[in-house]
Design a protein around this ligand. Structure first.
Ligand code: DNO
Length: 389
């Protein structure tokens, strides 16, 4: 039994079609109802409709990524109970439609964060990039967060000052947009909203956010157990605090804490090699060994970091993440499972024809097709050589 080779599809508005996905060789689709506002109940009919479209194309909807956790739950503020009930109802509806793996994250306000969506590689392809000095330009001079300077190395602050004086207004606006963007289909957060949220999370802190996650998990686990839904938390991306916001899913200790704190089988992990691998404190293979029994979904991609911790997304097999080691572990885990583990090539370079197309950052077709092909070959080689032993 092989892993389920999957592909993220943003839905009917995604410039990458289901036909493209089939040609790339994936069999599983990872999708979400991105048009629904965060916190709304996902109606059964809409879930069924999405499922029908995917199945009609000859594919299978294997993971929902994501059912977003509303900020009221993350901050445990007014209306939290209502949003929890909505969440449970969405899970019931997904289960009724036959979908059983759900991805989510517990990152405050912002989802994944990059500072450049078109970092040009030597071969002309474009990759996503995270640069501390660019983040500091945003933090110090655009957001103007109080006390921000203390959060950066002196060298980074210096670089940020130089860059700020050389950037044009257009460059600054672009940087600001890139940082405030999460999932492309789900819009931007405003500077004011971000500033207010940072203040709210300051009071919640690391311990408070952990409590809020535990509360969230405890309040949905019964429904998960009744319906067979498996939840998978996506690690923080990047895996350290940014903009003064607390982070609680950034390393092995965090993931173990989450699993042990709410020690129930549906409380699982989306193992994202690129997110974890962006932290020099993390060894993804070692983390997978520690948490593997609760990994129900994987994102496979690679990163290359420099001495300051800046990183770009490298080719899937080459970079700081030992992809061979990760795949070996995943294949072994998968052998033990009744249900195969889905993985998707997470992000890909914008390359070849895609350089001339409008694509969703990280989610163009050809770069992911390359990633999937490489990962699929790696999986096959490992699986065959393991059998031979
Ligand atoms: C980025 C993705 C994330 C992920 C969410 C899960 O490419 O990995 O946006 O979907 O964080 O909730």
């Amino acid at each position: 039994m092989s892993l389920i080779q999957s592909w993220r599809w943003y839905g009917p508005n995604d410039p990458v079609t289901l036909q493209d996905i089939k040609q790339a060789g994936a069999t599983g689709v990872v999708s979400a109802l991105h048009h629904l506002p965060h916190g709304a109940v996902w109606p059964l009919e809409e879930i069924q409709e999405r499922k029908r479209i995917i199945e009609e194309a000859g594919l299978q909807w294997v993971v929902v990524e994501s059912v977003p956790v509303h900020e009221a739950i993350k901050t445990r503020s007014a209306d939290c109970e209502m949003y929890l009930e909505n969440y449970r109802q969405s899970l019931r509806n997904l289960a009724a439609a036959g979908i059983s793996t759900v991805c989510y994250n517990f990152m405050p306000v912002l989802d994944w964060t990059r500072t450049n969506l078109a970092y040009e590689l030597r071969n002309g392809a474009k990759a996503l990039y995270f640069d501390w000095a660019d983040l500091a330009v945003f933090d110090l001079f655009i957001l103007k967060r109080s006390g921000a300077e203390q959060d950066y190395a002196e060298e980074v602050v210096q670089q940020a000052k130089e860059r700020f004086s050389s950037f044009s207004q257009q460059q600054l606006d672009e940087l600001s947009e890139i940082i405030r963007m999460g999932v492309p289909m789900e819009g931007f957060i405003t500077l004011e909203h971000l500033t207010d949220s940072i203040e709210i999370y300051k009071n919640i802190g690391h311990a408070g956010l952990r409590e809020n996650l535990a509360y969230f998990l405890e309040s949905i686990m019964d429904v998960c157990e009744e319906t067979g839904i498996k939840m998978t938390i996506h690690p923080d991306d990047p895996p350290y605090p940014i903009l003064g916001l607390p982070r609680i899913a950034s390393n092995k200790e965090d993931l173990l804490y989450i699993m042990e704190r709410v020690d129930r089988a549906p409380n699982g992990i989306c193992f994202c090699t690129g997110s974890l691998g962006a932290g020099s404190h993390n060894n993804p293979v070692e983390i997978l060994k520690a948490v593997g029994h609760r990994v129900y979904f994987a994102h496979l991609r690679n990163v290359k970091k420099d001495h300051l911790g800046n990183f770009y997304e490298s080719d899937h097999l080459t970079g700081d993440v030992d992809m061979y080691g990760v795949m070996k572990e995943l294949v072994a885990l998968n052998e033990e499972r009744e249900q195969p583990i889905p993985f998707r090539p997470d992000h890909g370079h914008q390359m070849l024809d895609d350089l001339h197309k409008v694509t969703n950052p990280g989610y163009s077709a050809i770069g992911r097709l390359r990633g999937l092909a490489e990962l699929r070959g790696l999986e096959m080689g490992i699986a065959k050589s393991m059998k031979g032993k």
